[in-house]
Each structure stands twice: as C-alpha cells, then as structure tokens.
Design a protein around this ligand. Structure first.
Ligand SMILES: [Zn+2]
Length: 598
C-alpha cells in the first residue's frame, strides 16, 4: 500500500501534538525567538545563580517547543520516507533546531565555569533545572572551548548523516522483486520479510525468502558499510577530541555505566545463555521435523497452528487484562492509546520498519509506530511500546524536561516488563499444556530472543567493531560480515547452520547508529525480569516501587534505578538468575513437547 491508501484508523493522530503544520512552524518560530532572547540577555552574563537558573528555564521552554514541533514533522516522516515533501519538512525543522542549539551552545561552558558558590546556589534554587546543572558539572572535564563547542553543535546536524544514508538506502532505494517457489509467486519487502516470512511455516518459502532478501540487501552492503564506518570513526574522533580514555568510555559516559557492567552483560550472555539457546534451536528443529536447523529457521514459533490471528480489538483486550496488575490509571492509558489513535499500525511503502514509541514532552499522548501483521507477537510488541508510553507518562509528569533524558541502560525495562506481565497473565488463563507451551514459546521466542539474543549478538559484534576503530583501524563490508559471522558461530556452535546471508545481519538494525544501544536491551530486561517476578508475587507494593522508579526519570543512574526497584545490578546475580529462568522455560517447553508428542 501507498501511504495515502492507508485507512485513517490505522494511522496515528499527530494533531494531538498540534493542530497542523502551520501551528508547528509557529512553535519553531517562537522557539527561535526564545533562542535569540537567550543569546541577547545571557551571553557572557551567566555569573550569578539567578541568571543561570532563569536562562536554563528559558532554554527548557525553548526545548519543549522544539521537541513538539520536531516530533510533529519527524514522526510524519517516519511513516513515509518516500514522500519527499515530508522529508523536506522534517529536515527543515531539524535544521532550525540545530541553529537554535548553536546559538545557545554558550550556556554549557558558561555554567560550568561559574564560581562554585554561585553554582551551589543555582542548584539549591534551580527547581526543574537543578539536576541538569549537576550533570553539566560532571561532564565539565570533557568540554572543549566555547568556540569549538559552537562549531561542533553547528556541524551536529550532519553528524547524523550516516544514519540518514542508511535509512534512505534501506527504506527508499531498496526495491525487492517477487520470488517464486513451487510455481507460486510471492511479493517481498523489507518489513514483509522481517515481520512475516521469517515466521513462515512453509520451509521452502521461508528459506527462499531469506535467500532473496539476502541477495537484495547484499547489493547495498558497500554503501551501508561506508556510512557505518563514517559513523563509528566519528565516535572515535569525538572521544579523542574530548579527552576520553577510549571510545567505550566516551559512549558509556552519558549513561553512567562502567565498562565492567557493559562487558559483563555481553560476556556472561555469550557464554552462559548460548547452551540454552542451542537447546531451543534443537527443539524448533524437532517440532518442525527439519532436515537441518539453519539461521533462516530461528524465528519459527513453537506452535504456529496454535497462534491465533488477532485483531487490534483483541490486542486491546489482552493488553488491558494483562496489565491490570499495574493499576486502573495504567489501564486507562492503554484504552486512551487505542481510542485517541496513538498507534500507527499500517503497513505501507516507505514506512520505518520495526517499532518505537515517542513521547514528546508536554504532549498528553505518546506515538507508537509498528507494522501490524495480526499475530500474537504483535500484541507483545504493542504491550512493549505501551510500556515506553507508561514510563514517559510518569516521568514527563514528575520531572522537568531535562530530567526525562532516561539512560538507555534501563529505558527498555518498563517496556519489556509489560511483555513479561502479559505472559504471566496469559499463563493463568488456561491450564492446557499446549497453551502453556505456546505462551512460553512467545516469551522465549519473542521477548527473550529479541532482547537477549538478537540485540545481544549485535552488541557483541558492535564491541568488536569499536575495538578495531579504537585501535585506529576502519571497517568495510567484508570486515563487518566477518565479525558478524564469528559472533554467530561462537554463540550457536554446531546447533545452527549459518545460511549464506546470515553474516549480513549487521545491515539490518538501525541501533548501530545510536551509540551502544544494543546491549541495553538485555540489561533492561534483566531488571524487568526481577521486577516482574516481584509484581506478580507481591502485587501493589511492588507496583508502587516500580512507579516510583519510573517517575525518577534521569535523576537516577542505572544502578540507582534498579535499586529503587529492589534489584541489585552491581553484582551478576540478576543476570545469572534471568539466564537460569530462560533455561527453565526452554526445559519446560521441551518437556511439554515430549508430553504432547508433536
Ligand atoms: Zn523498546
């Protein structure tokens, strides 16, 4: 479908942000006026606590307007990259934002260089901007001269170009041809492959789709690798310029995560989860009576015939019931999401693949993008995205804008916990062993697979890439494919045959253009696994702890956040517990399969 053929009820309602594009441009003009006012009234004058606090409040006001307007245009673009007018509008909005940020870039240096007593008073009287002053001070030693910072901010707009190139190649230029299996012709597309064919029961069709998909993306491997190389080298250069020890320290710094915590997440899962997942691969092979287990078969669900087709109305019912444990207010938000059209679930040409949730500050709604195929897996995705919505509903209401920049380390906790709560609920609704196996299959095959396998293998790959870059090297398509193949081999061993094209998986995720994002999925899910157990056994008091943690926004670091939820991530115990839990679910599925005999 083309975007203009999509039924309106399948689209999100961006007028919840503002009435129309005229209004959005006006917001940007207003923000620009504030930026000019800030420059005129405060540049060179941030020497008193009152000036610092007032200036930051104005900056906050400017950023809220910018955030709303850029969401209005940016989100519209995400639904159709092939529409050049939408792309042009979004680019214009981003460009205007960049100008404002350049104009106001002096604030950073002037604030951190103010007298200690002035800063102390500013923090004491700062209200919603107090914490951000503390954060700026923490980063002081890595700040460059005001003029250099200004130039870097001005160029910042183009720092994101590798990601734009990646997206344009993938979403606009790549065109998939139909393919034929046993005399029947099938259409192919990026989202169609990832959301549909990877789960296809018919082995000939599934493997043929994988081959045709891989052949097509391979034609773009060099342009994609060049864009990616530029991106990672940029990270390295910035780390050097700012005086970080290495690129890892620089990338982990904003989240206040130690290298130890980061490495542990990757190393422990690579080593300890692998045996369980190999067993899982064996189970899939057995259930489908496959001649061999290949990379193209890994997404198969344990019981596809049991997998009911679901409508959006079903999804609403499942999710509302599954998350009832979170309280009435939470359930009310879920119903609002459906009623007020927060969800864009159409599948159309040019639309961003995958799913995300955006919650612009000061807007009483969130915006969820996904490609709905009517599978139970989509219900889990939706519950996940609504988890992000629930998180930012809490923290946007409790914190000033600057304290809602949540560390990535735990940003996936409030989302993945919803998937686990949904599982917990479904398990209780039906004692039938086949149903039980199917629910476990959803949890392992989707929630844990996605976060602990897909994204973790990407994280392991990404770490190798950055090691090369950090040592002064560069990466090309061959290097990247080589690294990815090594990681896959190390994890799957002999249990899975790596189909040709598996090594190109590095081309498929946008996350590589967002710093060290990939490893945080399993980190977030480690916290949410422990927390969901608490909620399902303790009920309300645990929910209260959780909501308190959500409200804290970015005023807490990952270790403190987990602590508020009653989880100690300073040791490897929660991670080992989670892996053991995954293993126990796989064992149970194996037993149920024996019992069921199919
Ligand atoms: Zn998420």
């Amino acid at each position: 479908m083309k975007r203009n053929e999509v039924p309106v009820e399948q689209t999100w309602d961006l007028t919840l942000i503002c009435k129309d594009s005229d209004k959005a441009w006006k917001m940007l003009d207003e923000a620009k006026e504030i930026a000019e006012k800030i420059e005129k009234e405060y540049k060179g004058k941030l020497t008193s606590a009152a000036a610092i606090v007032d200036c930051l409040h104005l900056l906050e006001k400017m950023s809220v307007l910018e955030g709303k307007a850029s969401s209005f245009f940016g989100l519209d673009m995400e639904t159709d990259y092939s529409n050049s007018a939408k792309v042009a509008d979004a680019n214009k909005a981003f460009s205007m934002m960049n100008e404002m940020e350049t104009v106001t870039s002096f604030i950073e240096s002037e604030v951190v260089n103010a007298d200690a007593a002035v800063l102390e008073e500013a923090i004491r009287t700062g209200g919603t901007v107090a914490h951000t002053i503390k954060k700026k001070l923490r980063a002081k030693q890595y700040l460059l001269s005001p003029e250099t910072e200004k130039v870097l901010t001005a160029l910042g707009e183009f720092m994101g170009t590798p990601y734009t190139v990646y997206n344009q190649a993938k979403l606009s230029d790549m065109r998939f041809d139909d393919f034929t299996v046993n005399g029947k012709t099938y259409p192919l597309g990026y989202a169609l492959f990832e959301d549909d064919y990877e789960y296809e029961k018919d082995t000939d069709v599934r493997r043929a789709a994988f081959r045709h998909f891989s052949d097509k993306i391979a034609q773009y491997k060099n342009v994609t690798a060049a864009a990616y190389n530029a991106y990672v080298c940029r990270d390295k250069r910035m780390a050097e310029l700012r005086g970080f020890k290495d690129v890892f320290e620089s990338l982990l710094f904003p989240d206040e995560v130690t290298r130890e915590l980061y490495d542990r997440q990757i190393d422990v899962i690579m080593e300890k989860l692998a045996p369980h997942m190999r067993k899982y691969a064996g189970l899939i092979k057995k259930i489908y009576k496959l001649d061999k287990m290949t990379y193209a078969d890994l997404k198969l669900s344990v019981d596809p015939d049991y997998d009911p087709k679901v409508t959006m109305a079903d999804a609403e019912k499942y999710i509302a019931a599954g998350l009832a444990v979170m309280g009435d207010e939470y359930v009310e938000m879920i119903h609002r999401a459906f009623k007020e059209r927060w969800i864009d679930y159409a599948t159309n040409d040019g639309k961003c693949t995958g799913g995300f949730c955006s919650s612009p500050y000061g807007v009483p709604a969130s915006f969820i993008l996904l490609s709905w195929q009517g599978r139970m897996a989509d219900v889990f995705t939706l519950a996940h995205e609504l988890g992000h919505a629930g998180h930012f509903k809490e923290c946007n209401a409790a914190q000033g804008l600057f304290d809602t920049m949540v560390p990535r380390y735990f940003v996936e906790s409030p989302s993945t916990i919803n998937e686990l709560l949904l599982t917990g609920y479904l398990e209780k609704t039906n004692p039938d062993p086949r149903f039980k196996r199917w629910v476990l299959g959803c949890t392992v095959g989707k929630t844990y697979y996605h976060n602990f396998v897909t994204h973790l293998l990407e994280a392991a790959y990404q770490r190798e890439v950055y090691k090369i870059i950090d040592a002064g090297g560069s990466v090309q398509a061959e290097t990247l494919s080589g690294i990815f193949k090594d990681i896959l081999t190390k994890f799957w061993g002999d249990a899975v045959e790596l189909t040709e094209g598996a090594e190109l998986t590095w081309m498929r995720q946008p996350h590589y253009y967002m710093g060290l994002y990939s490893y945080t999925y399993s980190a977030g899910l480690t916290i949410s696994t422990a927390m969901s157990k608490r909620i399902l056994t303790e009920g309300a008091p645990a929910v209260e702890d959780w909501k308190k943690a959500l409200r804290a926004g970015s005023t807490v670091n990952p270790v403190e956040f987990a602590q508020m939820a009653g989880v100690d991530i300073s040791t490897e115990k929660p991670l080992l517990d989670t892996i053991e839990y995954i293993g126990s679910m796989i064992d149970e599925m194996c037993e149920l399969t024996e019992q069921l005999g199919f």
